[in-house]
Design a protein around this ligand. Structure first.
Ligand code: CS2
Ligand code: MG
Length: 403
C-alpha cells in the first residue's frame, strides 16, 4: 500500500495567476498538477481545498483511474470548467507520481513516442496588416513552421488577439473586465485581406492559423471560411460558439477551410457530435480543461476513429505544468495535429522549472521521469495572487456579444 499524505494548493502570479496542486506521498515521491481557470481562479482553489483534498488523504495514488471516477461520479454534479479543472489538477499530479515511480518520462508510460518532436504554432499579432506581417516574419525567423495571425481591425476597438506589447498577448488584464467593441461586418471584410497579404509576403510553405474567438453566426462563419479558402489556412478556430454542436453542420456545408474548436470544452460530451459527424478537423481540448490525461486520452481515441486530430490549447493561462504534460501527451498521441505555444513570460518560466524545450518549430518533451515540470515554491511566494478578469465585448448599439 502506498498513501497520499498531503495535498496543497499553491496560488501565485509570476506574470499572471496560476493555481497549482502538489500531492505528497508516504514514499517521498510528489506530483504537480495545474488547476488554473483564467479569471475564475479562486473557485477552483475552494473546490480543491474544501471538497477534494479531504477525500484524497490516505488514498493509494497509484489508483489513478479509480480516483478519477471517484471525483467525477462522486461529485454528482458532473462536468463544468471548475469541476473538470479540479479533477485535472489531481489527475496530472497522480500521473506525475506514477511516471516518477516508474522512472519514465510520461510519454513512455502512455505508450511511447509516436514522433520526434511536437509541431507548435506561435502567435503573431499586430495593430494593423503591416505590423502583423512583420510579426509573422519574426516568428519565421525564430524557426516556427506554423503561425497564428491576428490583427487590429479598423472599426473594432480591442480586437481579439492583439497584444499591448510586441510578442505577448495576455487578455486577462484588469480586476474588472475591460469593455471591447465588436463589429462583424468590418471583420468579415478585413480578415480575407489580412491573409491575402500574409500569403503574398510569406509564401505558401508556412502554416497559417486564425482564431475567430466565437464572434460569428454559423452562416457568417461559412462565408468567412469560403473567403479564406484561397489562402489555405491550417485552421479557422472557434468561428461560432459550439454550445450548439449542430451549428457546425451549416458551416461545414459551405467551406473546406479546416475547422478547429473546443478550448472551452470540458468533457467528451461537449464534442461528441462534432467528432462523430466529422464536423471539425481539430479538437482544441487540453489537459487542464478536460479532466487531465485520463479523460483527454479517451477523447483523443474516440476522435481518432473519425480522423479528427488534436490541437491542444496552449495559451499562457495554461501553466507550464499543463504545457509540459501536453507535450508528453502530444509526443505519444497517434492522431496528433498541432500544439499551441504562446510562450510564457520569463517570471513564469522561473517559477516553473521545466524539461520541455523549443527547437526549430518543435517542442521536445525531455526525458526526466514524470511530466518534467516542477514549482519553485519559495520563488512562487514572491508573486502573490492578483485578481484579473477576461474582457467582455459589446456591439455598437451596446448589446453584449461573445468575447
Ligand atoms: C485563445 C486564448 O489561445 C487561444 O486560442 O482563444 O487566448 C483564450 O482567449 C484564453 O485562453 C482565455 O483565457
Ligand atoms: Mg482560441
Amino acid at each position: 500500500m502506498m498513501k497520499i499524505t498531503k495535498a496543497r494548493v499553491i496560488v501565485c502570479s509570476p506574470g499572471r495567476n496560476f493555481v497549482t496542486l502538489k500531492i505528497e506521498t508516504d514514499q517521498g515521491v510528489y506530483g504537480i498538477g495545474d488547476g488554473t481557470l483564467n479569471g475564475r481562479e479562486l473557485a477552483v482553489v475552494s473546490y480543491l481545498e474544501d471538497h477534494v483534498i479531504p477525500c484524497l488523504i490516505g488514498r493509494d495514488p497509484r489508483r489513478i483511474e479509480d480516483i478519477w471516477q471517484y471525483l467525477y461520479r462522486g461529485a454528482y454534479w458532473r462536468r463544468g470548467p471548475v469541476t473538470m479543472r479540479a479533477i485535472a489538477a489531481v489527475d496530472v499530479a497522480l500521473w506525475d507520481i506514477k511516471a516518477k515511480m516508474a522512472g519514465m518520462p510520461l510519454y513512455d508510460l502512455l505508450g511511447g513516442r509516436s514522433r520526434d518532436g511536437v509541431l507548435v504554432y506561435g502567435h503573431a499579432n499586430g495593430k494593423d496588416i503591416d505590423h502583423t506581417s512583420e510579426q509573422v516574419g519574426l516568428y519565421r525567423d525564430m524557426g516556427y513552421k506554423a503561425i497564428r495571425a491576428q490583427s487590429g481591425i479598423p472599426g473594432v476597438k480591442g480586437a481579439y488577439g492583439v497584444g499591448r506589447g510586441d510578442m505577448y498577448y495576455e487578455p486577462a488584464d484588469s480586476a474588472l473586465p475591460t469593455e471591447t467593441l465588436w463589429n462583424t461586418s468590418s471583420y468579415l471584410n478585413f480578415a480575407p485581406r489580412l491573409f491575402e497579404r500574409l500569403r503574398a509576403d510569406h509564401g505558401e510553405e508556412v502554416h497559417l492559423l486564425h482564431d475567430v474567438h466565437h464572434r460569428l453566426t454559423p452562416i457568417e462563419a461559412g462565408r468567412l471560411g469560403k473567403d479564406l479558402e484561397p489562402y489555405r489556412l491550417f485552421w479557422m478556430e472557434d468561428a461560432t460558439p459550439a454550445e450548439n454542436q449542430e451549428a457546425f453542420r451549416l458551416i461545414r456545408q459551405h467551406t473546406t477551410t479546416p475547422l478547429a474548436v473546443g478550448e472551452i470544452f470540458n468533457t467528451l460530451w461537449d464534442a461528441k457530435e462534432l467528432i462523430s459527424e466529422q464536423l471539425i478537423d481539430y479538437l482544441r481540448m487540453t489537459i487542464v480543461g478536460s479532466g487531465g490525461v485520463t479523460h483527454l486520452r479517451r477523447v483523443a481515441d474516440f476522435a481518432s476513429v473519425y480522423q479528427v486530430r488534436t490541437g491542444c490549447h496552449g495559451a499562457t493561462d495554461l501553466s507550464p505544468v499543463t504545457l509540459g504534460t501536453a507535450v508528453h501527451f502530444d509526443t505519444w498521441v497517434p492522431n496528433f495535429g498541432i500544439q499551441e505555444y504562446m510562450r510564457h513570460a520569463p517570471e513564469t518560466d522561473d517559477v516553473f522549472p521545466h524539461d520541455y524545450r523549443f527547437e526549430d518549430g518543435y517542442l521536445h518533451a525531455g526525458s526526466a521521469p514524470g511530466h518534467g515540470v516542477d514549482i519553485d515554491e519559495a520563488l512562487a511566494a514572491k508573486y502573490p495572487y492578483s485578481p484579473k478578469q477576461l474582457p467582455v465585448a459589446r456591439l455598437q448599439d451596446g448589446s453584449m456579444w461573445n468575447w
